[in-house]
Design a protein around this ligand. Structure first.
Ligand SMILES: Cc1cc2nc3c(=O)[nH]c(=O)nc-3n(C[C@H](O)[C@H](O)[C@H](O)COP(=O)(O)OP(=O)(O)OC[C@H]3O[C@@H](n4cnc5c(N)ncnc54)[C@H](O)[C@@H]3O)c2cc1C
Length: 242
């Protein structure tokens, strides 16, 4: 079988199909590639940002693929960073516009482990690779006995893909909101606060943990998992920024 992780990334010419805001600060952009882009759920593309670097050189920015490998189009889920060259560029692209990406990159991929619980833990757009994993054929055709998707955001209007994750059998989608409005009835706090609150009810040692998003969250969650006795082999991570 073709080993995708070892596949050398190549450049793809792409055309944008759609651009839409999915929260007040996150947009989803969908595009097609000039030839099929084979990837494993969890991998990312490196977008070429033309002329945005020093001396007018091109820059590159990494984005996890948020759509499943079986999906016809590539979808990205991008948080707008003020004055950020990568996000400003992608946010300007509209249907019909072209872009170039190098892909596939990354070893943060979903690995089937029979009988094991799966726990995806993300902050913000760190949920993107989990959407690809959870809707991949690999996951859907052999659903884990139980799976969780934790998503940490500041305000409840930043929750991503809730309906979609909630529709997956055996999956609990748990948004945690650190600065909610008074109307919020869900969990208040960060993903680490949630994990501390579940205590021994959680099958810590029977679970594969996938962590994605900001580096601070990942460091804290790993420390907590280590206290619970979770082995390093059961923790998989992708850091977006420190
Ligand atoms: C493997 C990998 C996959 C990634 N996938 C995604 C993705 O699917 N969606 C996505 O939005 N970003 C993703 N990122 C982050 C992305 O590569 C850029 O760093 C980000 O879009 C900012 O780029 P910029 O040029 O606009 O801003 P820059 O000027 O480069 O700003 C960088 C700063 O923006 C902040 N920042 C970066 N990413 C985020 C974020 N996601 N949410 C909040 N603040 C952020 C940090 O403070 C960081 O120091 C990924 C990063 C890596 C390494």
């Amino acid at each position: 079988m073709l080993k995708l992780e070892s596949m050398k990334p190549i450049e793809f010419q792409c055309q944008v199909n759609s651009h839409k805001m999915i929260t007040p600060t996150v947009f989803e952009t969908s595009f097609e590639t000039h030839q099929p882009l084979p990837f494993d759920a969890g991998q990312f593309v490196s977008v070429i940002v033309p002329g945005a670097g020093p001396g007018g050189r091109d820059l590159r920015r990494a984005y996890s693929i948020a759509s499943s490998p079986e999906n016809q189009h590539i979808e990205l889920c991008v948080k707008i960073v003020e004055n950020g060259p990568g996000t400003s560029y992608l946010n300007r692209l509209r249907p019909g516009d072209s872009l170039r990406v190098l892909a596939p990159y990354g070893t943060f991929v979903y690995e089937e482990k029979s009988g094991r619980t799966v726990c995806f833990i993300s902050t913000g757009t760190g949920i993107a690779p989990f959407r690809s994993m959870a809707f991949s054929r690999k996951f859907q055709q052999n659903l884990p006995p139980r799976s969780y998707c934790l998503l940490g955001v500041r305000t409840e209007d930043e929750i991503l893909y809730e309906q979609q994750f909630a529709s997956i059998p055996n999956m609990a989608f748990i948004p945690t909101v650190s600065q909610p409005t008074s109307d919020w009835n869900g969990f208040r706090g960060r993903v680490t606060d949630y994990l501390k609150s579940v205590g021994s009810d959680f099958p810590w040692l029977e679970t594969e943990f996938y962590l994605c998003g900001n580096g601070g969250m990942i460091t804290e969650v790993k420390a907590l998992l280590s206290e619970k006795g979770v082995s390093k082999a059961s923790i998989h991570q992708e850091i977006y920024y420190k």
